[in-house]
Write a protein that binds this ligand. Structure first.
Ligand code: PLP
Length: 358
């Protein structure tokens, strides 16, 4: 029986990537970003594999609580903070750090007291216009936090870069200037860069770096792959051939007959479809790695299957493995064919796809 689609997770590669990141981070400490189920790699198992990262960041309270339930004692930061009293209490119980990006969150702390239970990260919006206090509102927010009845255990400052993946860096420079101006004279620790900012060397003097994508062995840049930075892919999404068929010139393949064989062709039907997270936006020509060769996807992606033109590739039979992305086929390359970014492909691998250690 051939094995259906699965995501092989190489925790060795994850640890390797953490070391590459550490070397780049210099004296800054690493906050490993494990939101969205560790970008699809399995929240708890990924975090356990890199426990020595020293700090983790997640988007939701439940994710932070899962890490604690799994016995992880490292610092865990809630990137969006909390939104209610009960969430605040849960976060305190589990000793989760809070990002404070909105005055409502300061009000919560004022009303409930006990800010001493928390390390707080005040987020300054330096141009992303998503979360955070505008530089002109930040001094008032800081003042309110400093006037809380019980002082937070720690107080730090952060911001997020909108365009760190762009080579020219003008937007990033402006954001860094605004951040430096807001932080001036405060002597508080700071955190600025994501993977792109770290890999391109923005903000070399901040105290904490926040890589996500790079940890998983993918590049955030359009024009480079992870290997250029010495990073290794952590996830390999692999399935196998369900059947092989010979089609003659002029025959059409798949829904809508969207592909017409331009010549006699061998087509492998592979057990992977949009039900697994292989999106329907995967364009004809998207490479699939089979017997170490890139074979082009033909026709439309179905729920459970794709068709690949394997004409001229020897040794393909029922059960032959086919890699959708990962080892030997960078997820960045596949993402370009799918009109998306590696982030989206990695974290939309669906529930029915088992994650297996390598
Ligand atoms: C997701 C996220 C990161 C990590 O971004 P990558 O591009 O994956 O490195 C860092 N900081 C914040 C605030 C985030 O939301």
């Amino acid at each position: 029986m051939s094995r259906l689609i699965r995501a092989i997770i190489d925790t060795q590669a994850l640890r390797h990537n953490l070391n590459v990141i550490r070397a780049r981070a210099g004296r800054a400490r690493v906050i490993a970003v494990v939101k969205a189920n560790a970008y699809g790699h399995g929240l708890v198992s990924a975090a356990l594999a890199i426990q020595d990262a020293g700090a983790f960041a997640v988007a939701r309270l439940e994710e932070g609580m899962s890490l604690r339930a799994a016995g992880i004692t490292a610092r865990v930061i809630l990137l969006e903070g909390v939104f209610s009293r009960s969430q605040l209490e849960d976060a305190a119980q589990d000793q989760l750090d809070l990002v404070i990006h909105d005055t409502r969150q300061i009000e919560l702390l004022e009303q409930t007291g006990g800010a001493a239970r928390f390390a707080l990260w005040i987020k300054i919006d330096t141009g992303m216009n998503r979360l955070g206090f505008a530089p002109r509102d930040f001094p008032a927010a800081l003042k309110r936090i400093r006037m809380l009845r019980s002082a937070p255990r720690e107080l730090r400052l952060m911001t997020h870069l909108a365009c760190a993946d762009e080579r020219d860096g003008e937007v990033t420079r402006a954001q860094l200037e605004r951040f430096a101006a807001a932080c001036e004279g405060l002597r508080l620790e700071t955190s600025v860069v994501n993977s792109a900012g770290l890999l391109c060397g923005a903000a070399p003097d901040s105290h904490w770096v926040r890589p996500g994508l790079a940890l998983y062995g993918a590049s955030p840049f359009e024009d480079s792959t992870a290997a250029d930075f010495g990073l290794q892919p952590v996830m390999t999404l692999v399935s196998s051939v369900l059947t092989v068929r010979e089609v003659s010139k002029g025959e059409r393949v798949g829904y809508g007959g969207a592909w017409t064989a331009p010549r006699a062709a061998r087509v492998a039907i592979i057990a992977a479809g949009y039900g697994d997270g292989v999106h329907r936006s995967f364009a004809p020509g998207t490479p699939v790695l089979i017997r170490k060769q890139r074979a082009p996807l033909v026709g439309r992606v179905s729920m459970d299957m794709i068709a690949v033109d394997v004409t001229g590739i020897a040794g393909i039979d029922v059960g032959t493995p086919a890699i959708l992305w990962g080892e030997g086929l960078p997820v960045e390359e596949v993402a370009r064919h799918a009109g998306t970014i590696p982030y989206e492909l990695l974290c939309s691998v669906s529930q029915r796809v088992p994650l297996e250690p390598r």
